[in-house]
Write a protein that binds this ligand. Structure first.
Ligand SMILES: Nc1ncnc2c1ncn2[C@@H]1O[C@H](COP(=O)(O)OP(=O)(O)OP(=O)(O)O)[C@@H](O)[C@H]1O
Ligand SMILES: [Mg+2]
Length: 343
C-alpha cells in the first residue's frame, strides 16, 4: 500500500530507529502517517523485528504523546480475569476484589493502549474487546455505570492474523476493527545493509559504558553478518553485539569475534548436503569439498551441529570431521556459536 500523507515532519526519537533500506523508509513513512490519526493500528512481524519500538514511536509522535502509553501483553492475561484487567472492577465485584481496580483501558485514557500478542486472546476475550471497540464504553466488572474512554489502540502480532481468521481462531469483525491501519515489519535478513548500520548503532550503544564505542567492523565481519539468517531479528543482533563486545580485546571486531548465541531454529534433522550457492561452490577445493572457513555463518553452525551429533560431541572425532587443524580451532568455534560442552 502506498501512503502519501507526509507533508511536514514532526519527529521525536526517530534517530533511535535505525535503517536505510527501502523497507525501513516505508516503515518510517508508516509511523509518520499513523502518528497523525487515531485509527487503530495492527503491526505484524516476526519476533524481534521492532513492533514494540514502532508502537511507542507512533505514540510519541502523535498528539497523545503527553498522555499515557499503556502496554499490555495479551498472552500473559489470565482469561478468567481479562475483563477485570482490561476494564477494572468495583470493590466487592468478586471474591478477592477488596478495592476498586482501574483497568488498562481507563489507565490509557487520553493516550495509547498497546495490545501486544493480540492473536493470543481467547474467543471470549475477543468478544469482550470487540464490544468496547464498537461502543467506546464499558462497565467495570461489578459496576453499572458506563465508563467512556478516549483511547488509541495499537495491536501487535507475530502470527499472520489473517490466517488465524481463516482458521477460525480470530474473529473477522475484530480483525477489521483492530487493523484499520496495517503494517508488516520486514525480517532483518531481508533488510540488506540495515544489518551493518544496526550493528554499528549497537556498538555505540553498548560500547559507551565500557570504552568500546569506537570498535570497527572488518569487512569479513560485515559479510558474515550479511550472510546470516537472523531468526531472532534485531533483538538477536542486539544481543550478539552486547556479547561480542563484552569479550572483545582491542578495537577491531572480526568475523571470529562474533559471538552467536544458541541456535533458534528447530528445523529437525540436518540435511545430508549443505545448501551451497554458486558463489560458494567456486570456493571448493579440487575434490569439490568446501573449506570450512569459507562457509557462511549459518552453514558453519549447521555443520558444527551435525558434527556434534554424528561424533557424539567427541573432540577427537570432531576435529577431523570438520577438517580443522587442531582442538583450539574447535574450541574457538564452539564458543563463537555458543554450542555446548564437548567430551
Ligand atoms: N530499526 C531499529 N533500530 C534500532 N533498534 C531496533 C530496531 N528495531 C528493533 N530494535 C531493537 O530490537 C529489540 C527488539 O525490538 P522489539 O522489542 O520492538 O521487537 P518486537 O517485534 O516487539 O519483538 P517480540 O515479538 O519478540 O516482542 C529492541 O531492543 C528494539 O529497541
Ligand atoms: Mg514485543
Amino acid at each position: 500500500m502506498v501512503i502519501d500523507c507526509v507533508k511536514d515532519r514532526f519527529w521525536v526519537n526517530v534517530e533511535e530507529i535505525i535503517g536505510s533500506s527501502a523497507a525501513h523508509a516505508e516503515l518510517i513513512r508508516f509511523i509518520e502517517c499513523a502518528a497523525r490519526v487515531r485509527s487503530p493500528v495492527l503491526l505484524q512481524g516476526e519476533s524481534g523485528t521492532g513492533k514494540e519500538l514502532v508502537a511507542k514511536a507512533i505514540h510519541d509522535n502523535s498528539v497523545r504523546a503527553s498522555g499515557p502509553y499503556v502496554a499490555v501483553n495479551c498472552g500473559a492475561l489470565t482469561p478468567g480475569l481479562l475483563g477485570s484487567e482490561l476494564f477494572g472492577h468495583e470493590k466487592g465485584a468478586f471474591t478477592g476484589a477488596v478495592s476498586r481496580r482501574i483497568g488498562y483501558f481507563e489507565r490509557a485514557n487520553g493516550g495509547t493502549l498497546f495490545l501486544d500478542e493480540i492473536g493470543e486472546l481467547s474467543m471470549s476475550s475477543q468478544a469482550m474487546l470487540l464490544r468496547v471497540l464498537q461502543e467506546s464504553k464499558f462497565e467495570r466488572v461489578g459496576g453499572e455505570k458506563a465508563v467512556e474512554v478516549d483511547v488509541r489502540l495499537i495491536s501487535a502480532t507475530n502470527v499472520d492474523l489473517k490466517n488465524a481468521v481463516v482458521r477460525g481462531d480470530f474473529r473477522k469483525d475484530l480483525y477489521f476493527r483492530v487493523a484499520v491501519m496495517f503494517f508488516g515489519l520486514t525480517p532483518l535478513q531481508e533488510r540488506g545493509r540495515d544489518v551493518v548500520l544496526l550493528t554499528n548503532h549497537f556498538i555505540r550503544k553498548f560500547g559507551r559504558d565500557i570504552g568500546k564505542e569506537h570498535v570497527r567492523l572488518t569487512s569479513d565481519a560485515e559479510e558474515a553478518l550479511l550472510g546470516y539468517t537472523w531468526p531472532g531479528n534485531v533483538r538477536e543482533l542486539e544481543n550478539l553485539v552486547a556479547r561480542s563486545l563484552a569479550e572483545l580485546e582491542g578495537d577491531v571486531l572480526r568475523d571470529e569475534d562474533l559471538r552467536f548465541g544458541p541456535a533458534l531454529h528447530t528445523g529437525g534433522e540436518a540435511s545430508g548436503e549443505l545448501n551451497l550457492s554458486s558463489r560458494e561452490r567456486q570456493k571448493t577445493d579440487g575434490d569439490g569439498r568446501v573449506r570450512f572457513r569459507d562457509l557462511s555463518l549459518a552453514q558453519k553452525r549447521e555443520f558444527l551441529e551435525r558434527a556434534m551429533k554424528e561424533t557424539g560431541g567427541r573432540r577427537s572425532k570432531m576435529v577431523p570431521f570438520l577438517g580443522l587443524k587442531n582442538r583450539h580451532q574447535l574450541y574457538r568455534l564452539l564458543k563463537q556459536f555458543g554450542l555446548g560442552e564437548t567430551r
